[in-house]
Design a binder for this molecule. Structure first.
Ligand code: PLP
Length: 261
C-alpha cells in the first residue's frame, strides 16, 4: 500500500494551465504516493500555447512559506524548480541553510518549451554560486548544462565532462538529460564514483508540457520513499516515459503528460 504520509516539498513557480511547475510537481508527488506541499516563488499566466506574464512573489512570503513548513512538517525530500531572480535564489538558499535538507533536487529551470525565459539572465550567477552547490542532485538538460559550464555539449562524452565540471561546485550528483541530442533519449548520472547511463526509447509525442518538472519531482518522491539515487532515477525515468506515452490533447497547444496514466 502506498504511504501517503511521507511529505515532499516543491519550491517552484505556478503554471496556471496545470501542466508544468508546482501543479505538475504536486500531481507527480501524489501519483507516486507521497504527500505534496508547495512553496510558490512566482506565478505564471500560462496555457498550452505559452507563458504570457510572470509575477514574482516577495522574498518575505517565500521565506515564510519555507519556515512554516519546515517548522511543522519537515519534508523528506525537497525539489526546487523555477526560481526566477537573483534575490529569490539568495532568500531560498539562506532560509534552507537553517534546515539543511538531505535530499535537495535542483532543476535549473531556464526557458519554457514555448521559449519564455523563466530565469532572469542576471540570476544565473546566484544559481551557480549559491543554489547548485547545495544540491544533492542537479537535473539539467544539455542546454542548461551548457549555460552552467560554458561548454558546448554534443555527445555522451561531452555530457560526462560537463557533469564532472558541475560536480566541482560541491553537489553530490548530476543527472544530465540528453533529450535534446540526436538518437535515443540518453541521460547520464555523474557522481564522484558514479557514472551510470540510462537509455530510454524516444517517444515521438506532441504533448510534452511539463516533462522536466515531472522528472525532477518524481526523483524527489522516490528519494523521499527511501530509494537509492540510482534506483530513484531508474523508477522516475520509467514513470516519465509512461506519462509521455499516455499524454493527451488539452487546449490548443502543447498538452500535458498524464501523471495518472
Ligand atoms: N512553467 C513553470 C512554472 C515551470 O516551472 C516550467 C518548467 O520547469 C515550465 C513552465 C516549463 O515547462 P515546459 O518546459 O514543459 O514548457
Amino acid at each position: 500500500m502506498r504511504n501517503y504520509k511521507i511529505p515532499t516539498l516543491t519550491i517552484a513557480g505556478s503554471d496556471s494551465s496545470g501542466g508544468a511547475g508546482i501543479q505538475a510537481d504536486i500531481k507527480t508527488f501524489s501519483a507516486l504516493g507521497t504527500y505534496g506541499m508547495s512553496v510558490i516563488t512566482a506565478i505564471t499566466a500560462q496555457n498550452t500555447q505559452g507563458v504570457f506574464l510572470v509575477e514574482e512573489l516577495s522574498n518575505e512570503i517565500i521565506k515564510k512559506q519555507i519556515e512554516v513548513i519546515f517548522d511543522d512538517i519537515p519534508p523528506k525530500a525537497v525539489k526546487i524548480g523555477m526560481v526566477s531572480s537573483p534575490q529569490i535564489i539568495k532568500e531560498i538558499v539562506d532560509t534552507l541553510k537553517k534546515y539543511n535538507p538531505k535530499y535537495l533536487v535542483v532543476d535549473p529551470v531556464m526557458i519554457s518549451k514555448s521559449g519564455y525565459s523563466l530565469l532572469k539572465p542576471e540570476a544565473k550567477m546566484n544559481l551557480i554560486k549559491y543554489l547548485i552547490p547545495m544540491a544533492y542532485i542537479l537535473t539539467p538538460n544539455t542546454l542548461e548544462a551548457e549555460e552552467i559550464t560554458g561548454m558546448h555539449i554534443d555527445n555522451l562524452n561531452d555530457m560526462k565532462i560537463a557533469g564532472q565540471k558541475i560536480l566541482e561546485l560541491g553537489l553530490k550528483y548530476v543527472l544530465m538529460k540528453g533529450g535534446h541530442l540526436k538518437g535515443d533519449a540518453v541521460d547520464v548520472l555523474i557522481g564522484k564514483d558514479t557514472f551510470e547511463i540510462y537509455k530510454q526509447e524516444r517517444l515521438d509525442k506532441k504533448n510534452t508540457h511539463g516533462t522536466g518538472c515531472t522528472l525532477s519531482s518524481a526523483i524527489t518522491a522516490h528519494l523521499a520513499l527511501g530509494y537509492s539515487v540510482e534506483k530513484a532515477i531508474d523508477l522516475s525515468k520509467k514513470y516519465i516515459t509512461e506519462t509521455i506515452r499516455n499524454s493527451f490533447d488539452m487546449g490548443k497547444g502543447v498538452g500535458p503528460v498524464n501523471h495518472f496514466y
